[in-house]
Design a protein around this ligand. Structure first.
Ligand code: SAM
Length: 345
């Protein structure tokens, strides 16, 4: 494991919590620790070519995350690519679990995975300090699952991974499903039944124009209200109160209180006004919005010998450039040049 890098907690950095020019507090960091992935989901990657990989040493992610934490980041989500492919993940988690926020609390430490490798890793992840896991799973029917991921035979492995994560106490366990008309819109009610049966939170995500292929169109998106209507065909649904103001999902249960469904609707009901997120790509660039047209090269500052103070300064200046909102569906909208597998979802 790399040598410890001292966290800069001088008085100046303590008073310098991250706010953007809209006055939004930035407390949530998503870090892509690889842009390799073992799936080729239709809404993310092209089925044809392998991605160009760019990863930093684990010790470099750790140093950059420490600087972010010194600026008020409270929640760190590791993602990718597929983070379970990344050598050194458990070491990184152990180091992150030891960090404290500016208020002296442990970090809220989470990870998003496709679950393919989760069954054997769930307990080691928990032992290394991971608190929660989100599993991306786009169908509860093996054939539909295969059509979307373009990887044969993985469905039952993911199911076993979800159950292992629950058994390991990585809860509440969330299962994320990106809905695409014509691919998996018949899975809404089966997923609700899955939530009720397996005791997991299922979250439907609207498809965003972030894929490598040209699949996105407004017609392929299953909007919020359509999901609500379909859920209500199973049983009467009941809206739950939000857990936090910056919560992206609108949450529902059923009239008997069994099951929890979230709907994340960045397209039909954008929530940019509450955004508290910033992303670090696997090549060490800051991405202030999923739909940014450019990234900000934090790694470049580090690689040219920048101090932690220089890094903090660069982060603060970059956060001030965070976009007020995205413009999906508006005239002149430009799709970002990088897909989710490179940005880090
Ligand atoms: N490999 C991990 C996984 O599958 O969860 C982490 C990376 S993946 C890019 C993170 C999340 O982004 C997944 O939940 C995935 O479904 C979501 N995602 C990718 N492309 C998307 C798109 N075009 N629209 C909406 N969500 C997308």
């Amino acid at each position: 494991m790399p040598a410890q890098v001292p966290i800069p907690v001088d008085a100046a950095s303590r008073s310098a919590r991250l706010f953007d020019s809209q006055g939004r507090a930035i407390t949530d960091l998503r870090v892509s620790i690889t842009d390799r992935c073992n799936y080729k989901c239709v809404y993310c990657r092209t089925g044809n070519q392998g991605a160009l990989y760019s990863e930093l040493p684990i010790s470099d992610y750790l140093r950059l995350i420490r600087v972010f934490v010194s600026l008020g980041i409270e929640k760190v989500r590791l993602t990718g690519g597929e983070p379970l492919l990344r050598h050194g993940l458990l070491d990184l988690l152990r180091e992150l679990a030891a960090l404290r926020t500016l208020d002296g609390e442990p970090l809220d430490l989470a990870l998003t995975t496709n679950g393919h490798l989760l069954e054997s890793m769930a307990a080691p992840l928990r032992d290394a300090g991971l608190q929660r896991v989100t599993v991306s799973m786009d169908a509860v029917n093996p054939d539909a699952f295969h059509r979307i991921t373009r990887v044969p035979g993985s469905f039952h492995q993911v199911l076993a991974g979800i159950r292992a994560a629950k058994a390991a106490g990585l809860e509440p366990l969330k299962v994320n499903c990106v809905l695409l008309r014509g691919f998996n819109d018949d899975q809404i009610v089966p997923f609700a039944e899955f939530s009720r049966r397996e005791g997991v939170i299922v979250r439907f995500i609207e498809f965003m124009p972030l894929e490598e292929d040209r699949l996105w169109s407004p017609e392929v998106v299953i909007p919020f209200l359509e999901v609500v209507d379909r859920l209500a065909t199973l049983r009467p649904i009941v809206r739950l109160t939000p857990n936090a103001a910056s919560e992206t999902a609108v949450r529902f249960t059923f009239d008997d209180g069994l099951g929890e469904i979230g709907i994340i609707a960045p397209v039909s009901q954008a929530f940019c006004g509450q955004c508290s997120r910033v992303r670090l790509t696997s090549d060490g660039k800051i991405r202030t919005c999923l739909f940014s047209q450019s990234d900000h090269d934090l790694y470049g500052v580090m690689n040219s010998g920048g101090s932690d103070h220089d890094l903090a300064d660069f982060i603060q200046r970059t956060i001030l450039k965070k976009e007020a909102r995205h413009h999906i569906g508006e005239p002149g909208f430009l799709k970002p040049s990088r897909s989710m597998v490179h940005i880090g979802g």
